[in-house]
Ligand binder design. Sequence first.
Ligand code: NAP
Length: 336
Amino acid sequence: MEMRKLGKIKVSSIGMGCMGFSHGYGKVPSEEYAVNAIHAAHDFGCTFFDTAETYGREQFFPGHNEQLLGKAVEPFRKDIVVATKLHISSEEYCEEKDLNKIMRSHLEASMKNLRTDYVDLYYLHRYNEDIGMEPVAEVMGKLIQDGLIRGWGVSQVGVELLRKAHEITPVNAVQNLYNMLERDCEKDILPYCMEQGIGVVPFSPIASGFLSGKVTADTKFEGDDVRRFVPQLQKENLIANQPVLDILNRYAAEKNVTNAQISLAWMLKKYPNIVPIPGSKNKERILENLGAWNVQLSDVEFDSLETALDKVEVYGHRGHEESQQKSFSHNWRTNA
Ligand SMILES: NC(=O)c1ccc[n+]([C@@H]2O[C@H](COP(=O)([O-])OP(=O)(O)OC[C@H]3O[C@@H](n4cnc5c(N)ncnc54)[C@H](OP(=O)(O)O)[C@@H]3O)[C@@H](O)[C@H]2O)c1
């Protein structure tokens, strides 16, 4: 696969979002299946795997997803880039004011889960205003100096917070929501990142399944599936956003590829610093998504796709449902 850069860290141009194997999107496959799917992704050329310390908390335990990924990538750990995310609750910070100590303890737990002695890319999962950005950026700088992490990133932030972070310890990547239905990042995050040489890692690049055509007005979300609460995925918005799917269907048919592949190829063509991390629990769909790196849109095709997308009105936001969940505002570690 073509390679791209997140700051100085080289990764395959499409990564793999592993969250769904433990958390968030309903029933999960067996561990054996998930490990096998991760191996297949690696064999395909994927060198970038995304997890978080919190993934797994509903169905299993915090750290489940990191443990699964750690087990899967152990045979080729040194050849790949592992990204994980830390979440510091206000409660935890109030109890133990030493941020350096807190962050090191989270990182140690993640490294143990991941069966590794370094993390390639360590994200702050959500900004916490009780802590501020600058102190986190300072500790991240020390973790880099100590060789415990190779680089760091922030997730779901606006450009002002990103600037504050980057000025203290240069940021490798921003992981924000970005897809054909959620283009806020185009206003200032993407231009700032282009200017500063920061990578952008879009999460939910397929709009949580909508852009692939898999999630329809008849889809019933089960169990812990967070999409039950996503405004954009409510029936009326799914119906109202059909014109976006119609555009995708047209281009996918013309190029003999899938909708999901067009939605990924579009963002790869649009920005050279973008590395999407689609998520899937299905091996064939994981490989299909990774294959989007090789779907070439000509300049003419890209321009007409952009023009068509610009004309369409989008209904409903994904919302930041993860940040509103109880477990993100209190100490999830002590409530496993
Ligand atoms: N930083 C953050 O706050 C944050 C938030 C959310 C997610 N993430 C990360 O981003 C990754 C990806 O995000 P995401 O999983 O929310 O969204 P996504 O990649 O936009 O969509 C995933 C959904 O789309 C379906 N899908 C994927 N590829 C498909 C294909 N080719 N054809 C048909 N359906 C397909 C999947 O179903 P199947 O599983 O059935 O294929 C799944 O339900 C996560 O794994 C996680 O690592 C980060």
